[in-house]
Design a protein around this ligand. Structure first.
Ligand code: TRP
Ligand code: ZN
Length: 880
């Protein structure tokens, strides 16, 4: 168990290592409970470093079994070894020398899933961020790049498959049924990109010919029997490889690209050089077991990890403060990929919804931090929505500011300059500045200042002078880390909307405007448009051109006008959702009962119009018809939140729309009934989502899930089945039909853990007084495991983050349950435990009684003796 040290790592303390590790030769003798690792490190002392400078290597729970320098066993006074550190004091005077280190590991006992562990009998590794130090003592930091050669030995029967990074250069059999393979990766890499997989798995093979004509072997490894479920992942991989060549000129660089799916994994997937390791739920899919959303996630994550080969691996991060350099940029790239594969507007709306649901609350609460943090005590806690999603938005804004051509030129320059290096955000921005001639000094504040800027907008129109004046003020919430907030460079895509399209203007003063982008740079701009013939409504932040809020939003009439008339499709969705959120907020504030009307006639008409409008894509209509979640409404209300009132308003809103547009929904439901065989493509998925939305409204209108029960019984694919089961379990959780359907689902999928995750999640998110009892009972189901992150997330994570009324029970039992679960999980998997605790990040916004309950539950957790650094860090910041 890792102990809390209280050490804070600061960006300003960065300095290069005294020693480099130019080559790393590893030899693994794999045994489930007694693996031996021999590492031979080719060390170089950096110029100017004194020969008596000790070599201090990182470790984590390591046992040293032997140590040599230049082939000679070291005397005991030549070094000091602790589980977390090996310091070698006695070193040769030469600048280069070798260090050989032997460690022994117990992979079977490794439940942290960091370092070398066993998942379903397969040996696998996870080294990002600091897992390599659980394998051998090393300079475990991303700016130490080394060329790896890896020899793996194992019993052939247990592990016919022996994989590591790069190319296999040798293999053969050994005595007593053992065998070996040797892998060499020619690209110098940081230790966090090392990977080893050994076991008995099935494989799907394909190949890809790169733009320069090189053949690359593609291999996806999955459990035996699951090979057909890897077909979609393979297809997504090939499309990713082609797209990165077309969109960014990036070609793959090894002879083989491998993906391994494992069932025990802390995160989504990992971009180890040439050997990506995936959480199997992001690889395996067929229509019987995966939903359309699962397919879309698989496509995006396969692409994300593949794109890391250039943005992350060829150019890596100097230190972990620069994490967004690889993650924000790679998320931006996978977003663009999905936009090209699917519908751009629909994809963008989905991204914005996700950003607002996860990043905005993070940025508005106690866990707020800059896109590039300046300090951390546990780096695993900084794989956040801010680093990933806001980091991607920052890259997107660079493109908006520079335009696509200069953006591409800047990225090309970045690749040229820094290939093979460990880079910083400053170097990244400099490449764009040099390629475009644009000064990004002010823009760089996006990396430094936490919090979501708010824009206050005012406008007036002078008909006689044909003058439209737009006043925009930017403001950040009070500083979180002390530094005064400075005005940011905010690109605002806009249009002046009239009754028949965008209105022309002849001149504008008060802000720089390039094309359809206003560049806000001052705290306040008064922008005067001349030659405006009719009163316009300003459509601002088209395509969500900057991650900011606008308060107050335009009035209902202007929002309704934009929802109907904005020439920009995204803008129409944005206006409608602002209108809907406002009216739902008002209903929640009034403690409206389930019979009251939530929406005014104009809003209902817009809904009905979009539902019936055949000119729109199905997926776009489905998104427009999807009400903001209860968490969305809570976020917009901001403080003194009463989750029960929000839930009541939400139910009333669904019921009202269901009644008002019952005819349209009935037509959609019947008209979009599946014909022919299932296909996961975006257009077919869009039809299913619109039909399923219609089904949901019909159920809400009737207050029964009878129709859903029929869909559940008849459906031939998981998208429709899981959606129908959700409606049943959420509308009538205790009805016999619901319990029967849950039983039938369990009977069919009891041996398919990632499908059972849906079953756990559906029950955990039911808004019912009994749900907490159900969740507790489900932890004793044979299908549940406290050791598996997917099970934990689908039951406990879904309950705490996705069941606002159940989790925020007024008696505080939801909070107590979560905190007790965290204490239990923290004993073996601190990373997952700490992640679960982020469900508490908005506790200060709750109404007073719940706030007190939440505080008490967290204080009880904080009083425990042996909390990990991961949980302690989140807890301290959350309670502060
Ligand atoms: N780099 C991974 C990504 O693609 C993230 C990741 C996977 C990770 N596993 C991890 C980060 C374990 C920390 C710990 O985004
Ligand atoms: Zn990533």
């Amino acid at each position: 168990m890792r102990t809390e040290t209280g050490t804070v790592i600061r960006l300003e303390d960065y300095r290069p290592s005294d020693y480099l590790i130019e080559t790393t030769d590893l030899a693994f003798t794999l045994e489930p409970e007694g693996t031996v690792v021999r590492a031979k490190l080719g060390i170089r002392r950096r110029e100017g470093i004194a020969a008596d400078t000790p070599l201090s290597l990182d470790g984590d729970e390591l046992t040293l079994a032997g140590i040599k320098v230049n082939g000679e066993t070291l005397a005991e006074n030549g070094y000091t070894a602790a589980p977390d550190k090996l310091v070698i004091g006695e070193l040769p005077a030469d600048d280069t020398f070798t260090v050989e280190i032997e460690t022994t590991l117990d992979p079977a006992a490794n439940k942290q899933l960091m370092g070398l562990y066993r998942s379903n009998g397969t040996y696998c590794t996870q080294c990002e961020a600091e897992g390599f130090r659980r394998i051998t003592y090393f300079l475990d930091r991303p700016d130490v790049l080394s060329v790896y050669t890896v020899r793996i030995e194992a019993r052939a029967e247990d592990a016919p498959l022996l994989l590591s990074n790069g190319n296999r250069i040798d293999s053969g059999s050994l005595e007593n049924g053992w065998h070996y393979a040797v892998w060499h990766d020619p690209f110098p890499k940081p230790s966090y990109l090392f990977a080893l997989v050994a076991g008995n798995l099935g494989v799907v093979r394909d190949s890809f010919t790169t733009m320069s004509g090189r053949a690359v072997a593609l291999e996806i490894y999955v459990e035996h029997g699951k090979e057909p479920r890897a077909a979609y992942a393979m297809d997504a991989l090939k499309r990713s490889m082609k797209w990165d060549e077309d969109a960014f000129g990036r070609e793959y660089d090894l002879d083989v690209f491998m993906i391994v799916a494992v069932s025990d994994f802390n995160m989504g997937a990992m971009e180890n050089k040439g050997l990506n390791v995936f959480n199997d739920k992001y690889v395996l899919a067929d229509e019987r077991t995966a939903t359309d959303a699962d397919y879309a996630n698989i496509e995006a994550i396969i692409a994300h990890e593949y794109f890391h080969n250039w943005t992350g691996n060829r150019i890596t991060c100097r230190d972990w403060f620069q994490l967004c350099l690889k993650e924000g940029l790679t998320v931006f790239r996978d977003h663009e990929f999905s936009a090209d594969m699917r519908s751009r507007t629909v994809k963008r709306i989905a991204e914005v919804k996700l950003l607002k649901a996860h990043q905005f609350p993070e940025d508005a609460g106690p866990l707020a931090h800059p896109v590039r943090p300046r300090r951390y005590s546990e780096i695993n806690n900084f794989y956040t929505a801010t680093v990933y999603e806001k980091g991607s938005e920052v890259v997107r804004m660079i493109r908006t500011i520079l335009g696509p051509e200069k953006f591409r030129a800047g990225l090309d320059l970045y690749f040229d300059r820094h290939d093979g290096e460990a880079a910083t955000i400053e170097q990244f921005l400099k490449a764009f500045e040099d390629a475009s001639g644009t000064d990004l000094t002010q823009f760089a504040l996006w990396y430094e200042q936490p919090g979501t800027p708010n824009l206050t907008v005012d406008s007036k129109f002078d008909q006689d002078a044909k003058r439209f004046t737009l006043t925009i003020e930017q403001r950040l919430k009070p500083p979180i880390e002390g530094a005064p907030h400075q005005a940011m460079h905010i690109p605002v895509k806009f249009g002046l909307v009239g009754a028949s399209g965008d209105i022309e203007w002849t001149a504008a003063n008060g802000a720089e405007i390039t094309g359809d982008v206003i560049h806000l740079r001052q705290p306040k701009h008064e922008i005067v448009f001349e030659g405006v013939a009719e009163r316009p409504v300003a459509s601002l932040l088209r395509g969500f051109s900057a991650p900011v809020t606008v308060y107050p939003e335009p009035d209902d009439a202007d929002l309704a006008f934009l929802a109907r008339n904005d020439s920009d499709e995204y803008g129409r969705w944005q206006a409608l959702s602002a209108l809907v959120v406002r009216q739902m907020k008002q209903a929640a504030a009034k403690q409206a009962d389930a019979h009251a009307d939530v929406f005014d006639d104009a809003t209902c008409e817009i809904f009905t119009g979009i539902a019936a409008d055949e000119d729109y894509e199905h997926a776009f209509r489905a998104l427009c018809l999807t009400l903001p979640s209860e968490n969305d409404i809570a976020r917009e209300i901001g403080n003194d939140i009463d989750p029960d009132a929000i839930h009541a308003a939400h139910m009333a809103a669904s019921r009202q729309l269901g009644r008002v547009a019952e005819g349209v929904f009935a037509r959609l439901f019947h008209g979009l009934a599946p014909t022919g065989s299932y296909s996961p493509d975006a257009a077919s998925a869009g039809k299913r989502s619109l039909r399923n939305i219609a089904l949901a409204y019909l159920c809400h209108a009737d207050r029964t899930s009878d129709l859903a029960a029929k869909v559940f019984a008849d459906a031939d694919n998981m998208t429709d089945r899981a959606h129908a089961l959700t409606l049943m379990a959420h509308l009538q959780p205790r009805a016999d039909a619901t319990l029967d359907a849950l039983k039938a689902f369990q009977a069919e999928f009891r041996n398919e853990p990632i499908v059972m995750d849906k079953w756990f999640m559906i029950q955990a998110t039911a808004p019912d007084a009994k749900t907490l009892d159900t969740v507790k009972a489900l932890t004793n189901q044979p299908g549940f495991s406290w050791d598996n992150p997917n099970r934990i997330r689908s039951l406990i994570g879904a309950f705490s983050a996705g069941n606002p009324t159940g989790f925020n029970r007024a008696d505080g039992e939801g909070y107590q349950f979560l905190c007790q679960a965290i204490a239990r999980i923290d004993g073996h998997n601190p990373q997952v435990a700490a992640r679960l605790l982020t469900a508490m990040r908005s506790w200060k916004n709750l109404e007073q009684a719940r706030r007190e309950q939440a505080r008490m539950a967290m204080t009880a957790l904080a009083s425990k003796q042996h909390l990990s650094r991961d949980v302690r860090d989140i807890l301290d910041r959350t309670l502060a």
